[in-house]
Structure formats: C-alpha cells, structure tokens
Design a protein. Structure first.
Length: 178
C-alpha cells in the first residue's frame, strides 16, 4: 500500500513557500489571484478558506480539498454553505494528520482526469494534499493553499516544481509497522 508520512525533520521544509504569497485573506486578495490565473490547465484549491474565497469571487476550482476546519477548529456554517456547492461532485476520503493515504492519492489521480469540478472532503487533515496535487497536476496548473494569518500561496506547476515536490514526497516514506 502506497502512503506517505510526514517525519518531524521535514516539517521545516514544508513550511517554506513553494509558490508566490498573496498577502491578505479575503475577496480582494482572491480577486488579485484570479486576475493572475490566465491559461491554467487546472486550478486546484487546498483548504476551506481558500476554496470559500475562490467560489465567493466567482471561480469554482477544478479540484478543491476541504476538511471543514480552519486553524484546527470547525469552519462556520457560512463557509460550509459556500464550499458545499451542489454542482460539485464530492468524494470523501480518510487521511489522518501527517499522512497522505493511498485512497487520497487514488482520488487525486481520478480528479486530475475529470473534466468536471470535484471536491475532495478529507476526514483528517487536508494540508498535505497540496504535495501530491502538485506532483500529479498537469504542467501549467496552479495549486492555491492558505497560509493562516498571512494570505494564500499560488504554486505554478512546472516540470522543476513537480520534481522538487516528488523529492519531498520520496522523503516521506512511512515506517512499516512490525
């Protein structure tokens, strides 16, 4: 079974920005991001607040990852009402904090092949979903994830970015249970 586990020594590597930071949290910041998204293969959002802001600004991401939480607390009903758009196909997967499960990897792969917007609801934590999303996304896609109290990060998928993230993923091998 293929899965990834986040070792303590990699936490600092994951904190570094893997894209461009757009400061601020809200509709104005989101509109700036959308203005810069011309010609993207896929637009992928990771996080409830980023997904909420994009949909509120009129852009439904091709793939969105939510866990109905922000900063480890449940999101408001206002946010879930927007993120749970009826026209989105929704898939629920288990992925505990610090782990990327095989089920999540399979659903990301299927979502990349879909031509309809898909929302992956993660029971656990969605933060790490950005890594396999970057590794699997078509070139010229963008992954947008939130950076609490700072803004949103836009990662443009290039061959080099995919390689950089795959190297990180390769360092996240789970220790086999004995």
């Amino acid at each position: 079974m293929k899965r990834y586990c986040l070792p303590v020594e990699l936490r600092d590597d994951l904190r570094k920005l893997h894209g461009e930071l757009y400061h601020g949290d809200g509709i104005e910041t989101t509109k700036k991001i959308i203005k810069d998204l011309e010609g993207c293969a896929k637009i992928i959002s990771v996080g409830d607040i980023v997904t909420f802001n994009l949909i509120n600004a009129g852009l439904v991401p091709d793939i969105s990852f939510v866990d109905n939480r922000t900063k480890r607390s449940p999101v408001s009903d206002k946010i879930t009402q927007v993120t749970k758009q009826g026209h989105l196909r929704t898939i629920t997967v288990e992925s505990p904090p610090g782990i990327i499960t095989e089920e999540l990897l399979q659903e990301i792969q299927k979502a990349m092949e879909s031509d309809k917007p898909i929302q992956i609801v993660i029971k656990g934590e969605e933060d790490l979903a950005a890594l396999p999303a970057i590794a699997m996304a078509p070139i010229s896609s963008v992954i947008i994830y939130g950076l609490p109290d700072k803004g949103a990060v836009v990662v443009r998928v290039t061959e080099d970015k995919k390689k950089e993230i795959q190297i990180l993923l390769n360092r996240m091998k789970c220790k086999e249970k004995k």
